[in-house]
Write a protein that binds this ligand. Structure first.
Ligand SMILES: C[S@@+](CC[C@H](N)C(=O)[O-])C[C@H]1O[C@@H](n2cnc3c(N)ncnc32)[C@H](O)[C@@H]1O
Length: 233
């Protein structure tokens, strides 16, 4: 999979893309991740990418011309189908289902807005407007990093444990949150690992996990239970 992230702050991604799972995915050749500096498409000496909004009000808006040029340069001859994903608080909510959808794409182009956002006309090149939550961040870099991470870990071979590793996580195939987990020692400061997990009875462990997952989901995410236990898009 090819991923291009268009941003005015490419340096923000350097450490993030060079560590952990993303580093492994790049080394394996499973994902080729690149940052593209939006300012490279500005035509003036100051490399301007923003201007005053017509509607007035505070703040600056990102100009359409630089965005059109940058996106078209990433699309190339358009021989490979691409998802062009705009980060915006006004987009549809990002979920594990959307991450799975994106992980099937050959080419993702992610647009990080800044200032008051991006000129509306840029949406004519966009296939997906995505929000990572009901709050406003300063820029699209953190949302883009979240998307790259959540998509790349779904690509075949990236995580040890294969597709089972991701199917059994929170929001996996049963839609519930993941049950509590423990590691050694069996007792720490008087806090004991539940006996059922130490007993080695696989069937009992499985039914304990299902019950715990249901209880945890009911407590923390009643909205998921109300939707029938399935994590919907
Ligand atoms: C300060 S925000 C612009 C907010 C915009 N004026 C509004 O009220 O909807 C600047 C940029 O940060 C990114 N951003 C902020 N919050 C986001 C969120 N919850 N999800 C995705 N992107 C977000 C977007 O790329 C956005 O263009």
């Amino acid at each position: 999979m090819k991923i291009d992230v268009i941003t005015v702050f490419p340096e923000m991604f350097r450490g993030f893309f060079g560590e952990s799972i993303l580093k492994r995915a790049a080394a394996m050749g499973v994902a080729s991740i690149r940052t593209v500096d939006l300012r490279d498409f500005a035509t003036d000496r100051r490399r301007t990418v923003d201007d005053k909004p017509y509607s007035g009000g505070p703040g600056m808006l990102m100009k359409p011309d630089v965005w059109f040029q940058a996106i078209e340069s990433c699309l190339g001859d358009r021989s490979v189908p691409a998802r062009v994903v705009m980060m915006t608080p006004t987009g549809r909510p990002y979920t594990q289902r959307v991450a799975e959808e994106f992980s099937a794409a050959e080419h993702l182009i992610i647009l990080c807005g800044h200032y008051e956002g991006i000129d509306e006309r840029v949406k004519t090149l966009v296939t997906d407007e995505i929000s990572i939550g009901d709050f406003v961040l300063t820029g699209g870099e953190i949302p883009a990093a979240a998307i790259v991470d959540s998509v790349v870990r779904l690509l075949p071979g990236v995580l040890g444990g294969g597709s089972e590793a991701t199917a059994k996580e929170s929001f996996g195939s049963d839609g519930l949150l993941e049950a509590p987990q423990y590691t050694r020692p069996p007792e720490y400061r008087g806090l004991k690992v539940p006996d059922v997990l130490i007993g080695g009875d696989h069937a009992k462990t499985e039914s304990w996990r299902k019950r715990q997952a249901f209880d945890l989901t009911s407590r923390n995410r009643p909205d998921i239970i109300a939707m029938g236990g399935t994590y919907a898009v």
